[in-house]
Design a protein around this ligand. Sequence first.
Ligand code: IVH
Length: 785
Amino acid sequence: MTAAENRILELRAELDQHNYRYHVLDEPSIPDAEYDRLFHELKALEAANPELITSDSPTQRVGSAALSAFTQVRHEVPMLSLGNAFEENDMREFDRRVTEGLDLPSGDLFGGGAEVEYSCEPKLDGLAVSLLYQDGVLVRGATRGDGTTGEDISVNVRTVRNIPLKLQGSGWPATLEVRGEVYMSKAGFERLNATQLEIGGKTFANPRNAAAGSLRQLDSKITASRPLEFCCYGLGQVSAEIADTHIGNLQQLKDWGMPVSRELKLAKGIDECLDYYRDIGERRNALAYEIDGVVFKVNSITSQRELGFRAREPRWAIAHKFPAMEELTELLDVEFQVGRTGAVTPVARLKPVKVAGVTVSNATLHNMDEVARLGLMIGDTVIIRRAGDVIPQVVQVVTERRPENARPVQIPECCPVCGSHVERTQLVKRSKGRETVSEGAVYRCVGRLACGAQLKQAIIHFVSRRAMDIEGLGEKSVEQLVDEGLVSSPADLYALSFEQIVDLEGFAELSSKNLLSAIADSKKPGLARFIYALGIPDVGEETAKVLARSLASLARVQQALPQVLTYLPDVGLEVAYEIHSFFEDAHNRKVIEELLKHGLEIQDQGELGAEFAASTTLGGMIDKLDIPSVGPGGAQKLADKFGSLEAIISADWLDMRQALPEKQANAVREFFAIEQNRQLALDAEKQLRDFGMHWQSEKKVVEGLPLAGQTWVLTGSLELISRDVAKDKLESLGAKVAGSVSAKTYCVVAGPGAGSKLVKANELGLKVLDEEAFVAFLAGHGITV
Ligand code: IVH
């Protein structure tokens, strides 16, 4: 066997395998760019050795066999593939072949050739679909499959909102097969992945996989819940001619209600095609959907016929590809970075690779859950994706290429910077009156300000513009101050002397004086600014403002119990615990004390914020205790009957029964029989009173609830949970439930048969949950149905 023969067999076997994974399993294991390279290597070898071409070579067919679970569909007119051009020269070559094929004058170096009219369209990155209309009614939808035989996905395509079930207007041919691409917008893809993560479902590497995985679902209800879109770009079988140009055909299809690309244009001659390619290339990141190139087609149908086909590609069309956004590279190592709050974050060190024109050698891995989700090992070949301006991401591991010496990624036991212990964070959830603690995705170095990395970041944050706003202290200077041992807490900044500063690199007499006066000027911060500057984990500017506005004194913020903090808008139990434990920590308390000793005077302290003071009633507070089977209504009844928490706790069963039905009465008594629950409730009540909260106010407690401020809409028939119960549950979480969808709607729950409301939600790009996802979402908030 010759070397060429050997390589051909090898390439065919590998491509067959990739084809199967890509087309049948929807789980490609290598990026398209790598596939294209292997494919072209095979094509070139076969071109040089034509006697070795066999009919089963991947170059001789378009795709792979259909999934057996769908019915097979034969395409009367085969669904073809396109030849690719990567360089300008490939395009000029294509134009030359077209011109010659049409017997037109081809011109010379100085031009003068005939200018062929081409249609220009974006090449959407989704999957090709055939839609068959009989007498204007959609009767069948099919995938491309291997180009001759596809899968019948009629039920699925019907769920794609912008596919007309019936054509508009009149005059369509009795048999009309429309072809186009089903795809997912970038926003739809992000939303879908976010929902999938929330409900613990499978996430997708890119919008193409998400579209393919969503459309080829045996359960079309799942397809219906996915934000799929369609764009038509051509015709298949037709019983009568429509127009004599490609653009004329698309224009007519558009008039019949078909979605057609807004970017469709006519170009006269190859130079205008190249202009189009450049223009779209520049706007690629800003488009709402992903494209992997542009497609040029000879506009005249007569000319298309004249040119015909070569193998399984039309001679009259070509795809001019853009640089791929995904590439393969090797994971050389995983290093761990320590952030301001001590979070120890894995970072992928990659063998440098060019992705869409930019060399990538690092990628964030977010956290250890992400490492586990990817199944990542050091030494793995990975797929890197750089979509637009987004930070490069590792989207998939090519497990087939895992070397024998691959090593698992291990979170270090000790901080790589200071050697302190690294701990896994805990997630606190409270449901049905019980707190459960589970393991979080984040690991943290416990060294805090004793850890050089955290100290540096903490000080950089402390002096930053939106925090204490100390001008003249850049990152480099902070590093020096820490490394020289001049600063070991933010409080030390206020003890710096002129002599200490002037000796630092980059400082002279004037800049040292300026820095000292900037430090002195920062001594009267507003409360919100100060809280933000402390760098409490998960407390950004907004939360700092809420804390300052509501509690209005550093002392109250420092003392606040977690259960009291959850009364504040947008403060969940986890953040409440972070805040509480930050101020419980002796070291942090000492830093604050020292800051105050250095003369820091915190402004805007005073009376409890009015909106907070009036934000609850006794009923509201009882409701917040989350007593099993007691909703807001029951809680209010208890408040009306007993008037104080103490009275409810000590009430006997008979009294309780006067307020509530038996089941709820029992639940209340069982709840308060637990010492910890009693204590938690009484402590919270006492602190709220100490803070100056008044009970008489009738305002409902919604601000502190997890869905406060959100409007939800329920649509379609709900089967797992009744509409009333769903509404009740949402309201108990603080949401408003509305009857119609608008831009102000936060989320739409769409059951089977959802119609115009779902369409509108998709149009507005709103978050949509199907019923299962909704039930899972409720479970995530501790509500089981
Ligand atoms: S025309 C005979 N136009 O690219 C021409 N294809 O590599 C057949 N695609 O299977 C295709 N956008 O999935 C055409 N505007 C466009 C396209 C497009 C995306 C996809 C389609 C096709 C593949 C060909």
